[in-house]
Design a protein around this ligand. Structure first.
Ligand SMILES: [Zn+2]
Length: 894
């Protein structure tokens, strides 16, 4: 599953001092696990009766939002029992029979989400059948089987049915053993309007039409967990292709299916690559990608029938390169799950990282492989930095985190730790062991656990077998405890100028001290000099000493930035690195910028040292390096807002990025990489945000042309230019921006134009923008966008954004379903730290979420308090830097 994309609209709106809004978390930590065993796997359901095969037939009533169904389950009774227990929610069972005989009693408890059946006499060991009829609900939010209203492309209202079951919502559509270790085969039947298209995990086996209704039966699925069952039905149309015996389909609301052409081509390339990488060919006869409009956000890896929010799958002429990157990278993520997740499933939600980190890591590699000009792996540094900022908190949690019951599992999907830290850790181990050895280990893992479940131990054992090294012990440092180390590097030189360095480590924290001093086995990549291949080395103990080139050479112990740790060099080595900065490989420059900026934020380095590095970029062009710099400068500029030093710092920041902006100009060039084009837009919009009059004038002129000629600004450039116009908007500009938003041709434009509208600086205009975000101008399928829009107001109007958010919480959260508590508990404090006094914020958050989310609230509030303290510290440091004669002026002339 994936819930946010790195090039999503939130990057624009949530921009400074806030976190990318996405999702989830949990507490505690676990020790290294044993290999998977069904009998010892965690879960609430008893294991003496297990399902082998389900035949589920449903008849949905879309008007009434109800459904009726029948179910026939083949069971394996493993020890004689009179009691059978499984999951159900909002369902009423009737005519329950065991081997054809009526049972003694049936009790369904919605609070526990369990149904308990008592038999008249103990069932013998062996296979039996359980049959029943039931009635249930169609949901309006994406949990279980849900109805999704939408505006049809040609006008008029439509509604379709789709499903979202991960983690624990299959039970909302049909009673079942809804825990990941209970794999079974599924045969689904549905009766729906005859003209509707129907899609499930497997191809249609038969379709019988009677009057206005058709009964469709799908082929039996392979053995899989219940959360991967999928069903979508509605007035949908498909484009398709067949390659290597697999039929690929992209489905969308009728009239939009051609927007899936790029996704269809991508899927064929990605599947062929994964067949090779994983060493086991994709085992199903077809792979459908389904574009669901509306409240369903992100994408879900249902086996053979992946669902996507339509904005992450379909492209139109309004789409940008960012949209194309989203489509490819999310497809690559969900398709990696067809192996890591679907063919091999974690045994329990503790190990959700086995699904998510793997899919993210594999997707990043695949995206880089097939789109080298995107420099995707270099750009993943931003996601690693996001993970490190979350993991630099005392309240952080381990990648493997114990989930005590499956109802908490929704909170285990933490984008910064479960996805991004896990991805980085896998990347670090891949670099340490070598790509081929690591791939071998992955192949062994998938082969050994196919059609079954796994724990982390199964993975590390397979990788140990492939590498001949005991990986489990080293890896456990990274997956079973929170945080990461700061590696200190102290060099000494001999008379001939040869350098040896002594290494030490401690936990890196943005604030406070490590309560339980931690130690990691750290895979280092050591590069002395500006070129040459790095050497792999394992740091195991403090004081470990290594030879590291010559003292006049630059040094990196995290070459290419593939390690999930920070480095601090002794002053002389740091000076050597700063001097050589312009000649370092770009990824070594980036990690140096990252680490120095993190040390500044943690109060362990002086701001001028970081700014000296940033100034040394000159007009060298690289998207991620400049993205790092503009994020840091933007954080300081945001901190300075409303203080006397603001204008001086804004002027300094403009001067620092101007040479690169000037070199890029305003017009895209044909041979430019997407990265350089994106860099141009980042620099333009920052210049505009920081008050550069030339940029503001240029943006306004371009907008004036755009009003009458919609081709005057390319789709890729629209967000940057509109953001500059919006921040500086007059009432007349605002009217024009609003008119533009109302005329959006599709949801891609709608998101872009309305997001820009939220950036207005003028308070009165911002109030109008807020009213628009809540109005019915936003069509039903874009309901989830309202939350992004309201948060978008925060950049220029933090108090207003908070007021609208807190007063309309229920409306804004309606389409975010089970993730709403996490958004409120953990993300809202990180966003609204400067909107409302912190104690008041904390009290409010606590009053809105269940008491067991205290760890999530603690994480959110730690970030809020850190952001607040950082604002004070950065303002002071920047003011003092600018008041020091010579320093700032010297940098500006670079
Ligand atoms: Zn996923």
């Amino acid at each position: 599953m994936i819930r946010a994309s790195r090039s999503g609209t939130l990057r624009v709106t949530l921009f400074r001092g806030a976190l990318p809004l996405a999702v989830a978390i949990i507490a505690g930590s676990v020790s290294a696990q044993a290999p998977f065993s069904f009998d010892t796997a965690f879960g609430r359901l008893p294991k003496d009766v297990v399902p082998l095969d389900y035949a589920v037939a449903i008849v949905p009533n879309v008007t009434e939002k109800t459904l009726t169904g029948t179910e026939r389950i083949t069971l394996n009774v493993r020890s004689a029992t009179t009691r059978i227990q499984f999951n159900s929610l909002n369902e009423t069972l009737s005519d329950v029979r065991f081997d054809g005989q009526k049972v003694n009693s049936v009790t369904s408890d919605d609070k526990q989400q369990l149904t308990t059946i008592l038999l008249n006499s103990p069932a013998k060991v062996g296979h039996h059948s359980l049959t029943f009829s039931y009635s249930g609900k169609i949901e309006t939010a994406p949990q279980g089987l849900f109805a999704q209203p939408y505006s049809k492309p040609g006008g008029g209202d439509g509604v379709l049915l789709s499903t979202q079951f991960e983690q624990t919502d299959a039970r909302r559509m049909f009673p079942c053993w809804d825990e990941p270790a209970f794999r079974a085969t599924f045969q689904l039947t549905a009766t729906v309007p005859a003209e509707w298209a129907t899609i499930s995990n497997m191809p249609i086996a038969k379709k019988v039409t009677k009057g206005k209704l058709a009964t469709v039966t799908f082929q039996r699925s392979p053995s899989m967990p219940s959360y991967l069952v999928e069903f979508t039905a509605g007035d949908l149309a498909e484009i398709s292709a067949t390659k290597d015996g697999v039929k690929f389909g992209v489905w969308a609301v009728r009239g939009q299916e051609q927007g899936g052409a790029v996704a269809l081509a991508n899927a064929q390339v990605i599947l062929a690559d994964y067949n090779d990488y994983f060493g086991i060919p994709y085992p199903l006869p077809k792979l459908d990608s389904i574009a669901v409009p509306g409240g369903f956000q992100g994408a879900m890896e249902n086996w053979g029938a992946i669902t996507y929010n339509d904005q992450t799958l379909l492209l139109t002429p309004s789409s940008t390169i960012g949209n194309r990157q989203t489509v490819f990278s999310i497809e690559a993520h969900e398709m990696a799950h067809q192996w890591n997740g679907d063919l091999v499933t974690m045994g329990w939600w503790d190990d959700i990282w086995l699904n998510e980190s793997f899919a993210s890591w594999r997707a990043a590699k695949e995206t880089e492989l097939r789109n080298p000009s995107w420099k995707w792996l270099e750009g993943e540094d931003a996601s690693k930095e996001s993970a490190m900022s979350a993991d630099g908190r005392i309240t952080s949690h381990a990648i493997e985190t114990h989930v005590t019951d499956e109802l908490q599992a929704a909170n285990a999907f933490d984008p910064q730790i479960t996805y991004a830290k896990g991805e980085s850790v896998l990347q670090m181990f891949e670099a340490f062991l070598g790509d081929d050895v690591f791939r071998d280990g992955v192949r062994r893992f998938v082969k050994a656990r196919a059609y079954s479940n796994a724990t982390s131990a199964d993975l590390w054992n397979a990788i140990s077998a492939a590498s001949g090294r005991t990986v489990a012990e080293i890896a456990a440092d990274w997956t079973t405890r929170p945080g990461f180390p700061l590696v200190s590097v102290a060099a000494s030189c001999d008379a001939a100028g040869n350098r040896s360095v002594s290494l030490a480590q401690q936990r890196f924290l943005l604030q406070g001290a490590d309560p339980n001093p931690s130690h990691w086995n750290v895979p280092l990549q050591v590069r002395a000099g500006a070129d040459g291949a790095p050497q792999s080395l394992l740091l195991t103990k403090d004081g470990q000493s290594i030879a590291a080139g010559r003292c006049d050479q630059p040094l990196s112990v995290n070459a290419n930035g593939v390690g999930f740790f920070r480095s601090a060099y002794d002053p002389a080595t740091l000076q050597t690195n700063i001097k050589a900065f312009g000649s370092l490989p770009m990824r070594d420059r980036i990690v140096l910028l990252d680490d120095q900026w993190a040390l500044v934020q943690a109060g362990q380095q002086k701001l001028p040292t970081y700014l000296a590095l940033a100034s040394s970029m000159g007009d060298d062009l690289d998207e991620r390096a400049w993205g790092q710099i503009t994020d840091a400068l933007g954080t300081i500029e945001y901190a300075e807002r409303g203080t006397p030093g603001h204008d001086a710092f804004a002027s300094y920041a403009r001067a620092l990025i101007k040479p690169a902006a000037d070199r890029l100009g305003w017009e895209s060039k044909e041979d430019e990489t997407p990265g350089l084009q994106k860099l141009r837009r980042t620099l333009q919009s920052d210049l505009g945000a920081w008050g550069d009059q030339a940029a503001i004038t240029e943006a306004r002129q371009r907008f004036a042309r755009f009003k009458t000629d919609r081709t005057a600004i390319a789709p890729d450039d629209q967000s940057a230019i509109l953001s500059i116009v919006a921040r500086n908007a007059t009432p007349a500009d605002f009217e024009q921006l609003h008119a533009l938003a109302k005329s959006a041709k599709n949801e891609t434009e709608l998101r872009r134009f309305y997001s820009a509208l939220m950036l207005v600086r003028d308070t009165k205009l911002a109030e109008q923008a807020a009213a628009i975000a809540l109005s019915n101008e936003i069509p039903p399928q874009a309901d989830a966008v309202r939350l992004n829009l309201v948060i978008g107001l925060h950049d220029e109007n933090p108090a207003l954004s908070w007021k609208i958010f807190s007063e309309n919480l229920d409306t804004l959260m309606a389409s975010h379903a089970s993730f709403a508590p996490l958004i409120i508990a953990q993300y809202s404090p990180a966003i609204f730290w400067n909107s409302v006094p912190l104690d008041q914020l904390e009290g409010w958050v606590k009053s809105k979420v269940p008491a067991e989310m205290e760890d999530n609230v603690a994480r959110g509030m730690e970030t809020a308090r850190f952001n607040f303290a950082r604002k004070v510290a950065l303002t002071e440091a920047a003011d003092s830097f600018l008041a020091t004669p010579g320093l700032a002026g010297g940098s500006q002339k670079q």
